[in-house]
Design a protein around this ligand. Structure first.
Ligand SMILES: [Zn+2]
Length: 148
């Protein structure tokens, strides 16, 4: 999963990507190294900051997504989600939530088996059901009473 990206470093530091030379991923931190000539010294950013940004960026993206159609049957459902890019299908099945976008498949491939990930379309569906976080969704799905 590409968590430690120049774009993320830019959002976190507030410095444009054009001024960032490279990222060095250390065991607990990421060293952000800037191009010479801008008077910027290398800066350590905690890995947790990048993880928070990863989620926050997708939650922000979900705000411009609209759930245009929902076919819900008990706990399971199919949702058409329209964002800035191609329309996507989000599916809730057997307590898991899936999306057909490339971001979601990248996230899923990089997570340990069985862990739930989320793209902006999934956050849009969660918001559609007034669920504020993925953790809340997972918790609700593990309970006996179906949420939706
Ligand atoms: Zn998606």
């Amino acid at each position: 999963m590409r968590i430690y990206t120049l774009a993320a470093a830019s959002r976190i530091t507030g410095i444009p990507t054009t001024k960032i030379a490279r990222l060095e991923v250390w065991p607990k931190v990421v060293l952000v190294v800037f191009h010479k000539g801008h008077g910027l010294r290398p800066r350590f950013v905690s890995k947790n900051k990048f993880k928070e940004d990863f989620v926050e960026f997708r939650k922000q993206g979900s705000l411009s997504c609209v759930v245009t159609h929902a076919a819900v049957d008990g706990c399971n459902g199919i949702y058409a989600v329209r964002g800035s890019g191609d329309p996507r299908l989000v599916t809730v099945h057997n307590g898991r939530i899936y999306c057909d976008c490339p971001d979601y498949s990248q996230i899923s491939q990089s997570l340990p088996q069985g862990r739930q990930g989320a793209c902006k379309h999934i956050y849009a569906v969660l918001r559609f059901h007034a669920i504020s976080s993925l953790a809340e969704f997972v918790r609700e799905q593990q309970q006996t009473v179906p949420l939706f």
